[in-house]
Design a protein around this ligand. Structure first.
Ligand SMILES: Nc1ncnc2c1ncn2[C@@H]1O[C@H](COP(=O)(O)OP(=O)(O)O)[C@@H](O)[C@H]1O
Ligand SMILES: [Mg+2]
Length: 359
């Protein structure tokens, strides 16, 4: 069982190491550390403290935040994992849905049977074979609640990526209301169980991605601070705009500049350009840093791993910004419902099923 020192808890929730803030919470355990006994918080304590004092507030209604852009290696999975773990540490019921067949977030969450586990190879392989994914919903073999894997944080669950995802994108293409499959069959039941649903997409514009966008309340797109990305950005924004027009949705897109090199002028200039020229962009970017790679290798968020440094300040600011955007949009119920209504009334009027001609 994981235990947390008061210092660590303070670090997690940016409490400035102020003992007064934590004094109202009693640590549940004492442990011997060297000659002394130390009061330590359990993970349940930490979640209570996070809920009262942290920077991530529970959304007013269940929210779906999707991480997607048409580029790989730009920290989509990293940001998705950091948001999900921090949200769960704030006692917000959170579910990660992996939609990238590479399975990065499933691996990073460590929810699959591990190679290092004890036991016969056949046992491990069998357990691996039994892991279910959204394909099992598609075939009618499982219900959503049967797919949820536990993580090391209570209340944080994962629907893992399985190899069958490869076939799914094509299989959905032949269905009625094909852009709504994920929203109706997977996300709707998850919204009854969770406050926040995080979808981690592959960099491909395919049917799984469009399904994720249709099911989302917020799209988070990391933007690499590299010169060749300017052109990508233009095309990407146009593609999103056409998709939204076509599908009659109004999906907020939040941009996060990533992979900037703090010691390279051009890279910092690109980051600044994003920040001055895009409407919804995070207040800071996320730099290249080995600390984040280490935290991913250890399967934790950066704030759980690291106590200080500029990268930590950046990650905190980005997470706080995403959390506050999520909260404020969750308060705006009228917008979302009326948009769904608009789309369906338009479809009724024109007699056209509102599916994208683009796709
Ligand atoms: N701030 C960072 N600096 C350097 N490497 C990072 C940072 N954040 C993440 N990484 C590493 O970069 C790689 C790509 O990140 P990832 O989040 O998987 O990208 P994507 O999901 O967009 O393909 C991963 O190996 C990850 O551990
Ligand atoms: Mg990824």
């Amino acid at each position: 069982m994981q235990h947390f020192t008061p210092k660590k808890v303070s670090q997690l929730f940016s409490l400035n190491n102020d003992p007064m803030i934590l004094s109202e919470f009693k640590p549940s355990t004492r442990q011997k550390q060297g000659l002394f006994e130390k009061d330590l918080f359990t993970i349940d304590d930490v979640q209570k403290i996070g809920e009262c004092k942290g920077f991530f507030k529970r959304p007013q209604r269940p929210m779906v935040m999707t991480f997607f852009t048409t580029k790989g290696g730009v920290f989509k999975t990293t940001l998705a994992l950091n948001v999900a773990r921090m949200s769960a540490l704030h006692n917000i019921r959170t579910c990660i849905v992996g939609l990238d067949v590479q399975g990065d977030i499933t691996l990073a969450m460590g929810v699959l049977p591990q190679e290092s586990e004890e036991g016969e190879i056949n046992d491990v392989l069998n357990r691996y074979d039994e892991v279910k994914g959204i394909y099992d919903i598609f075939t009618g073999r499982s219900q959503v609640s049967q797919l949820l894997l536990d993580s090391d944080i209570p209340g944080l669950k994962v629907i893992p990526e399985t190899p069958e995802l490869v076939a799914m994108a094509d299989a959905i293409a032949g269905m009625n209301r094909r852009e709504y499959w994920l929203k109706e069959k997977v996300i709707a039941p998850l919204k009854l169980m969770f406050d926040l649903i995080i979808i981690d997409c592959s960099p491909n514009w395919n049917r799984l991605t469009t399904n994720a966008l249709m099911a989302s309340d917020i799209l988070v797109s990391p933007l690499e601070c590299k010169i060749n990305n300017f052109r990508n950005l233009k095309i990407y924004r146009r593609m999103l705009e056409e998709f939204q027009n076509d599908m009659q949705i109004d999906l907020p897109v939040l941009f996060v500049p990533t992979r900037y090199a703090a010691n390279k002028k051009l890279s910092c200039d690109i980051r600044d350009w994003y920040q001055s020229n895009l409407e919804q962009v995070s207040p800071v970017g996320i730099r290249e840093s080995t600390a984040v790679e280490e935290s991913m290798a250890l399967r934790v968020s950066l704030l759980e791993h690291r106590a200080s440094g500029e990268i930590l300040c950046e990650m905190k600011q980005v997470l706080s910004w995403l959390a506050s955007e999520c909260l404020s949009r969750s308060e705006d119920v009228t917008n979302i419902n009326s948009l769904d209504g608009q789309a369906s009334s338009l479809a009724k009027k024109t007699g056209i099923s509102y599916q994208s001609q683009l796709l």
